[in-house]
Design a protein around this ligand. Structure first.
Ligand code: TRP
Ligand code: ZN
Length: 491
């Protein structure tokens, strides 16, 4: 719903004596001569300007995301063709204007846009690179809630960008499609505010042929026949989610359901060609959640599981509630390696997913935490002692900092360098040594609980650590994350 600013612009009293202080009284009610008083009410769209094509302060990826509005909810209705090569889709985006908007942008790469509506009125639109500019029929006022509906179709193409470790976005294998968008691949399959500072809730209504299995973030809420041998699957992601964490998979997947700690629904989707004995490693999930909960706090989302897909780029991705894992790892790697990656992606559900960096420069808040969690799990599981992981990383971190700079200010093509992973894992170990175990785990838990659903900055983390420990940690953080030389690990 859109609100319009109604401002009485002209109330003139021609006869001073005829003026009433009661401004609710109309000329007719006061009985004054109508020729002496005139009231005109005009719509004034305060000072509408185009929303920015990027996000303020996003130095690394200046065209990622957009300014001028905040999305609260996406409904993505996507019909996947029987051969899975193309989609017919409608994105319904509920947002609030954060300025008076004459136009605003959505991020969208490729695909054909058939129409854009704002509040059920046809809107103008134009495309320039990966920016879709929408011109609503009437300007939107600050704080106005508005709903944008984009009808689009085509064959989603993977997004190539030097900031990503591989090809990202909507990806396909003969066994099915799946998604891996970090950092800016979501624009390859739906129009949105593709930036982690603008988290939203999601509904997915995915239609595919009956033989296909469909999974997406969150919880399956209905599965209805759609005619012509097709089925519509609806999923609710009722926790806030960053666009890069959205997941939809359609294809030859087996669904495996169980219940985890505290009744948490666990559902894995595993590409059919992975034999039963190779799937056993997935059973570690419950034990990993049980191990992490006392350290990080309660699992922050509605469900969890792994999507084991024929993923070409051999990366796992912490897509919210449904981590993407390449089938090749289950088929070819040992359970210790796969278990370690599973622990890493599970830890991201707290650090990255529930609590998300507001800017890509803060990526160490994701990868450093997940790496440290992975080290703790390996220590717990008897794979590698924590001290050995720390010592190993310390042995290389000096070179990483020379090559990649300070941990908290990566360059765009090096977002996912070892400096953001092991090079940031050691920062958490150094913090633990500096403030002690009790304060350290209180910091980790409060970081998750107090910022659940939010987008956060490095400065907020520094403040929390100082508050919890009661120590001035300015010098600590200057040395460990803002400097390009490696400090000495505290004993
Ligand atoms: N965040 C992933 C991890 O846990 C790494 C990653 C970044 C990634 N971008 C990706 C994986 C794109 C797959 C696709 O380490
Ligand atoms: Zn990670």
């Amino acid at each position: 719903m859109r609100l319009r600013m109604l401002i009485p612009v002209l109330t003139v009293c021609l006869l001073a004596l005829g003026c009433s202080n009661d401004d609710t009284a109309s000329p007719a009610e006061t009985g004054g001569p109508s020729s002496t008083t005139s009231t005109t009410t005009t719509t004034v769209p305060l000072d509408p300007k185009p929303g920015s094509p990027g996000v303020d302060g996003e130095a690394l990826l200046p065209n990622a995301g957009n300014g001028g509005y905040d999305v609260s909810h996406y409904t993505l209705a996507i019909a996947v063709s029987d051969d899975r090569s193309s989609i017919e889709a409608t994105a319904t985006i509920a947002a609030v204007a954060t300025q008076d908007l004459s136009t605003f942008n959505l991020d969208l790469a490729g695909l054909d846009v058939a129409s854009v509506n704002v509040d059920d009125e046809p809107a103008g639109f134009s495309r320039n690179g990966d920016e879709l500019t929408v011109t609503p029929e009437e300007a939107l006022a600050t704080d106005a809630e508005f709903v944008t509906r984009v009808e689009y179709s085509g064959a989603p193409q993977p997004v190539q960008d030097p900031s990503a470790p591989g090809t990202i976005g909507w990806l396909s294998a003969p066994s099915g499609i799946y998604v891996a968008s970090e950092p800016i691949g979501a624009k390859g399959w739906f129009p949105g505010n593709d930036h982690p500072s603008d988290k939203a809730r999601f509904t997915f209504e995915i239609t595919a042929k009956n033989a296909d299995t469909v999974v997406a973030n969150g919880v399956l809420t209905s599965k209805e026949p759609a005619g012509e041998g097709r089925t519509t699957w609806t999923f609710e992601q009722s926790d806030e989610m960053a666009t890069y964490l959205a997941q939809v998979a359609v294809g030859d997947y087996d669904l495996i359901e169980s219940t985890g700690p505290n009744g948490l629904p666990i559902r894995h989707a595993v590409v059919r060609n992975v034999p039963a004995d190779k799937r056993e490693v997935l059973d570690l999930t419950a034990a990993q959640i049980e191990y992490f909960e006392p350290l990080f706090g309660p699992f922050p989302l509605d469900a969890y599981g792994l999507l084991v897909a024929d993923a070409g780029p051999e990366f796992a991705l912490e897509t919210q509630t449904l981590t993407l894992l390449p089938a090749s790892w289950l088929l070819n790697s040992d359970a210790e390696f796969t278990g370690m990656v599973m622990a890493h992606e599970l830890a991201h559900q707290w650090y990255g997913d529930a609590v998300t960096p507001a800017r890509w420069t803060d990526i160490w808040l994701n990868e450093g935490f997940a790496t440290y969690a992975e080290w703790m799990w390996e220590d717990h599981a008897g794979v590698t002692p924590l001290d050995e992981s720390v010592t190993d990383a310390m042995g290389q971190a000096g070179r990483w900092r020379e090559a990649f700079g300070p941990v908290a200010s990566p360059a765009a093509p090096l977002l996912f360098s070892p400096n953001s992973y092991e090079g940031a894992g050691i920062v958490l170990h150094a913090l633990r040594k500096t403030i002690g175990d009790e304060h350290f785990f209180e910091v980790l838990q409060r970081w998750a609980s107090e910022n659940d659903g939010e987008s956060v900055t490095t400065e907020q983390f520094e403040t929390l650590a100082a508050d919890v420990s009661g120590q001035d940690l300015t010098a600590f953080f200057a040395a460990w994350i803002h400097s390009d030389t490696l400090p000495v690990m505290p004993a």
